[in-house]
Design a protein around this ligand. Sequence first.
Ligand code: ADP
Length: 457
Amino acid sequence: MSLTPEKKPLFDTVMIANRGEIATRIQRACRDLGLKTVVVCSEADRDASYGKTAEVFLCIGPSSPAKSYLNKDAILLAARLTGATAIHPGYGFLSENALFAEAVESAGLTFIGPTADAIATMGDKIAAKRAMIAAGVPCVPGPDTALPDDPKRVEEIALDIGYPVIIKATGGGGGRGMRVVDEPARLHDALALTREEARQAFGTPALYMEKFLQHPRHVEIQVLCDCHGNAVWLGHRDCSIQRRHQKVVEEAPAPGIAPEVIGPIGEACVQACRQIGYRGVGTFEFLYEDNAFYFIEMNTRLQVEHPVTELTAGIDIVKEQIRVALGAPLAMMQRQVTCEGHSFECRINAEDPESFMSSAGLITALELPEGEGIRVDTHIHAGYKVSPYYDSLIAKVIVHAPTRNEALEKMRQALATTRVDGISTNIPFLRAFFEDADFAKGEVDIHYLEQWLKQRA
Ligand code: ADP
């Protein structure tokens, strides 16, 4: 660690308030940095392998996430009892909960993530849009204020933007709380439905409206910031391969985007980070259509797809995230960031390859791919029981090669040697998709996978 020896580190024991593959990933980074780990788990995860290699392994509640991984009080109490001095929230669960970040810091612990204020601002999509406009980041056309109650005014706003438009909940997330409106006649029903959904799901009925882009790609920029005003961007990823707004395959870099087109966007993201005093890792998500970028949201946490950036940029993002939380300055400057080769990630999900219904149960045998340029992030092993309580992600297969074509071929080989017996997985679907000629050419849009699935149904 590049902290001066006379300065006592802010923390030496990290509590991992998460589970599954990301718990394993965080633990590896902590070990590399010489930090101890405390792992908390639910009853369903009592046998987790990463628990056995932690200094302390503690069950904090029943299998239901609300009673364990989302239980702020239980997690804070566990930190106090075990002497953990920092908390890494991973992704999902409490990772973007501003109240939790605040509670952690109020308890005198380090929250390995941005400030509660930054999380709250970016969690409110309208506030985020306003902050981005102020920093010169291009956004989807549409007002940066919530929709008024007056229906006549809303009609005017929609006409101003031009149909089709998309109505979104300001507090929305996880692909929910959004509705596309193609024509004026459908506007009021769509408004009422989305408002009600937003009230129930996100606790606020506030909505906003923007242009609905018809054939965009999802392109995102990874940033890394320290507490000393330094910020860098680590290249870009393409996450257009989605089903129900959920990413399935990711790659870095996003193919076919010229450096002079992406460069100013990366710089604008870094500028925005400096302007809002952002710290830690973050991702700016954009829609990309006809050579233009449109900001949609910022994720204030580590993302599932961070490995494709790690392999192309040659930077351990999780280790850097923890180092900056320790107060260390960034280990690199922007001009030292160079991205090389091409990387793909496949999310291996415990689900039926055709119906996509999730599948739980015992893994009776497991074979994982290995070799140069192949990485697997996972917590599973033969004899592991996949629980029905959580997300179906059980492993990530990641490859890196000098060119996109070589990386595609490497992924085909990796998937051919991946075998998970005892439960259903999406591996057969991934193998078939990696044979698709248009995907292999690159630059397909966010609707491509759903259309591909429909054609094969
Ligand atoms: P969430 O926070 O729920 O993930 P996002 O704002 O990130 O919501 O949007 C999720 C997905 O919805 C995007 O990746 C894209 O596929 C689609 N989407 C969002 N906004 C638009 C838009 N203005 N036009 C077209 N598609 C959109």
